[in-house]
Design a binder for this molecule. Structure first.
Ligand code: CA
Ligand code: CA
Ligand code: CA
Ligand code: CA
Length: 372
């Protein structure tokens, strides 16, 4: 039988070995790259607030003018009202489909309509008419006009949609939109010239997630579709209609600080297939940046801070362009919905890409959304 002193020594040795082991484990634990990199830009501009109170502003989209960057436009949804068109200084230009309750909006370039390449905007609609609507963007007048055949594209058998995004196939040249529902269903619709200046849509595929999605974005060059499953993470699918139904979870809630809800998704395009996938991590008011290429490696966190313009929080939709737009944004711009606008109703805030990129991220102002 061991004495008390002997037993104590054994316990001490065991404890010391365990502590050494833990210390070794801690020291050897691989630190995920970029875990500690947080960039804190301040907004350089903001839009006038949306007219509706409460949770109303939701999703922005940027349209880059074909010849004069200064003439580019920002679209933003008021999900209790209509679709708003803004100048890049945040001033208001046009209100469309008031009462149509657009939820998400996205832009498509170079759709062949009546023999001309035209640019389009698509929105998921949750007003009296449920489905999707399509507008043609006129570069001369900088106004949008409705080109939806029949006034609305029915989705989910006449049911209610939620998020949406667009896709232009680099292989076939065809134009699509993806639209999702709170049930987890995701539909892919092909767009076709219907004559008389109108466009028709045709459902070509249905995908399924287990729980509620919303934010989505497609990579027009690499052929990927990314869909955010709000409490789970970001799924990656093939964007071609024959790509099959198998998705891969490329960003998980709980990893690298990605915090539910996963909301807006957007792609920063650079030449050579490079760039970034940016995700709104709504639960901690940050934006997570992943590589666009390869297996979407985590790069860094954007946590904007307040300055002359207040900070953003509870963000839904986001959008980014690498293209020069106005003089204020000569190297690209990130647009972020703000859930709590210091000056009143919700709005969208604009960050210069160079304030985010600094010397850590690519700045490529020569990539063209029209592929030319
Ligand atoms: Ca919201
Ligand atoms: Ca949502
Ligand atoms: Ca912040
Ligand atoms: Ca704010």
């Amino acid at each position: 039988m061991k004495t008390f002193a002997e037993r104590s020594l054994v316990v001490l040795v065991v404890l010391a070995l365990a502590a050494a082991g833990l210390a070794r484990l801690g020291a050897g634990k691989p630190r995920p790259a970029g875990e500690d990199i947080v960039v804190t830009p301040e907004a350089r501009a903001q839009t006038v607030p949306v007219p509706s109170g409460g949770d109303a502003a939701d999703d922005p989209a940027l349209w880059v003018h074909p010849t004069d960057p200064e003439q580019s436009l920002l679209l933003g949804t008021d999900k209790q009202g209509g679709l708003h068109v803004y100048n890049l200084d945040g001033s208001h230009r046009q209100l469309l489909a008031d009462g149509g309750r657009p939820n998400n909006v996205d832009v498509l370039y170079g759709f062949r309509l009546e023999g001309h390449d035209v640019d389009l905007a698509v929105a998921s609609m949750r007003g009296k008419a449920l489905g999707a609507k399509l507008w043609r963007i006129d570069p001369k007048t900088r106004t949008l006009s409705d080109v939806t055949e029949g006034g609305i594209f029915k989705t989910f058998g006449g049911g209610e949609p939620y998020g949406c995004c667009t896709y232009r196939s680099a292989t076939s040249g065809k134009h699509y939109f993806f639209i999702n529902a709170k049930s987890g269903e995701v539909e892919q619709h092909l767009l076709e010239d219907a004559g008389q200046g109108k466009v028709r849509s045709k459902k070509v595929r249905t995908l399924r997630l287990k729980s509620q999605p919303e934010g989505c974005v497609a990579d027009n060059e690499l052929g990927h579709l990314y869909v955010g499953e709000e409490s789970v993470g970001v799924w990656k699918f093939g964007a071609e209609p024959d790509a099959g139904a198998e998705g891969k979870l490329v960003a998980k809630v709980g990893e690298h600080g990605l915090t539910a809800d996963v909301e807006g998704l957007t792609i920063y395009y650079a030449r050579g297939g490079k760039g970034y996938l940016i995700v709104s991590s709504q639960g901690n008011d940050t934006f997570k940046v992943y590589t666009r290429e390869g297996d979407n490696r985590f790069v860094l966190t954007i946590n904007p801070k307040g300055g002359k313009i207040d900070d953003v929080s509870d963000t839904d939709g986001i959008c980014v362009t690498s293209c020069p737009t106005s003089k204020q944004f000569p190297k690209g711009v990130l647009v972020v919905q703000d859930g709590h606008n210091a000056r009143g109703k919700q709005n969208f805030k604009l960050y210069a890409w160079e304030d985010i990129a600094a010397d850590r991220l690519l700045i490529d102002t020569r990539w063209s959304p029209r592929g030319k």
